[in-house]
Design a protein around this ligand. Structure first.
Ligand code: HEC
Length: 459
């Protein structure tokens, strides 16, 4: 009985012997069978040309030559970056490897990174570069490029991106598209809708200001954020945010959305550029998707801690050489359905924990980050909305490490670091917990949010 012309003929006893051997040993871990699907799902969104990862992880060669390093960074959970503890709460679009998957990568590296059956290679994922949501109705570009100095340091900027439209309009979603994918690290932006007669020229003022150099008041003045009469316009907070590898948030039909007025400005209170060894630039843009009608259930936002509704207790002052714990708490003003949360601290953050305690004394877990990582400040969207009964106490607890053991400590030797008028400087601290929610409606807990945010990494 011959299997293939030109190949040695396998006799029946030999085949049986081979079968016995392969039953005793598990089939070898190969790139094609085991590793490629893992990388495509959890790594390639960031590890592809022009994205934030320092090298691509798209084909066998990319992975095989770094097999040992992949095994190491997945074992230490440094990669994929996902600070939230999945044993505590689960979110849409999580990028996490199971212990079994980490072990597969280890075995594969140990075996010399075998390819496997090259004919069975899974297709490489295809990525969208212009938009992950489709064809936008409006594209708003940064009015000028930001020149990034090749000084190998991070840059944290404030930006104002004004735009005018012919009439008031409803919006379903907004998407930030980085111009320089390798360097734009994170973005958090508010929307300013100027009352038509209160701001003559939305294009007034500077557009880009270094948030580490000036006070918040000086920054607002330079960008000319105020109305013409000196009063401040209302902000829609955090209406756009971005991290590499995360898709823009789009809640299910009927949830979320907002309106634009004729005169608007996108106000980036935080755009973080990673270090670059060479001079370069960025001109990012925003894709805006209109809605046919007014949002049925616009989302609300509640901010605890720094600049928020509830104070940080004790006041956020972290003495040198101390690890210190702070908390902030507030009562739920109504039955709430929580969609998305965002914990925020700066470089001294060590851990973050948030939960709710209901009037009946039950604890509802919200998020636990055992090891805070300043670089990965996700807006975490739950897979299903979390119901918080009216009167529950929402609690956030933050631990800050102001010792020399904290490798991110901006001061050496450590100095007193505190909250200063909501200063965004990375060398000042903040402790915030931002909650996006809806007034609860029967059945909210059953609505699937899994596709709302970051869940698709290839399509
Ligand atoms: C959300 C984006 C993102 C995802 C997802 C991601 N990476 Fe990374 N990775 C980065 C960035 C950015 C760096 C650069 C190092 C840094 O700044 O932390 C990096 C660095 C690395 C490094 C070099 C680490 C070092 O110490 O030099 C390895 C190896 C790596 N990633 C492997 C992986 C693997 C394997 C996966 C999937 C299991 C993965 N990454 C998923 C963004 C990502």
């Amino acid at each position: 009985m011959s299997y293939r012309i030109g190949k040695p003929v396998l006799t029946l006893p030999l085949v049986t012997a081979l079968l016995v051997i392969s039953c005793k040993h598990k089939p070898p871990v190969t790139f094609v069978k085991d590793i490629a699907p893992l990388l495509y799902k959890n790594c390639s969104t960031c590890h592809r040309p022009g994205s934030a990862g320092p090298f691509p992880l798209l084909c066998y060669r990319d992975a095989a030559k770094r097999a040992k390093m992949l095994a190491l960074v997945t074992f230490t959970h440094e990669m994929p970056p996902w600070p939230a503890d999945t044993a505590y709460t689960r979110f849409a679009g999580e990028k996490v490897l199971t212990a079994g998957e980490v072990e597969l990568i280890r075995q594969w590296a140990e075996a010399g990174a075998p390819l496997g059956d090259s004919a069975a290679q899974p297709p490489m994922p295809v990525f969208n570069y212009g938009s992950d949501l489709g064809k936008p109705d409006l594209v708003v570009r940064m009015p000028e490029a930001f020149q990034i100095k090749g000084d190998n340091s991070d840059h944290f900027m404030f930006m104002k991106i004004p735009f005018e439209i012919p009439r008031d309009t409803f919006v379903r979603a907004i998407e930030f598209v980085p111009g320089n994918r390798a360097l734009v690290h994170h973005v958090n932006g508010h929307l300013i809708r100027y009352p038509f007669d209160k701001k003559k020229d939305v294009n007034d003022g500077e557009k880009i200001v270094d948030s580490q150099v000036f006070s918040v008041k000086e920054l607002y003045d330079k960008l000319k954020i105020a109305n013409d009469d000196g009063s401040y316009p209302l902000l829609k907070p955090s209406f756009v945010n971005y991290l590499p590898g995360v898709l823009p948030t789009m809640y299910p039909d009927g949830i979320g959305g907002f309106s634009l007025s004729r005169k608007n400005a996108i106000f980036l209170k935080d755009i973080h550029y990673g270090p670059s060894p060479v001079d370069t630039s960025d001109q990012s843009y925003f894709n805006i998707f209109y809605a046919k009608e007014a949002p049925k259930r616009p989302t609300l936002e509640m901010q605890l801690g720094t600049l928020g509704l509830s104070p940080v207790v004790p006041p956020l002052v972290i003495p040198p050489n101390e690890v210190k714990t702070f908390s902030t708490r507030i009562h739920a003003p109504m039955d709430m359905s929580i969609l998305t949360i965002n914990p925020h601290m700066h470089l001294l953050g060590k851990s973050f924990w948030a939960f709710a305690v209901t009037p009946a004394g039950d604890t509802i877990p919200l998020i636990r980050i055992k090891s805070w990582d300043f670089r990965w400040q996700y807006f975490y969207t739950y897979k299903k909305m979390v119901k918080i009964p009216k009167g529950s106490e929402l609690v956030a607890i933050g631990v800050f490490d102001n010792t020399a053991n904290n490798p991110r400590n901006p001061f050496n030797p450590p100095q007193t670091v505190q909250e200063r008028n909501g200063s965004m400087r990375t060398t000042d601290e903040m402790f915030q917990f931002i909650i996006t929610y809806l007034p609860y409606k029967e059945g909210d807990e059953k609505i699937n949010l899994a596709n709302s945010n970051g869940s698709a990494n290839s399509h």
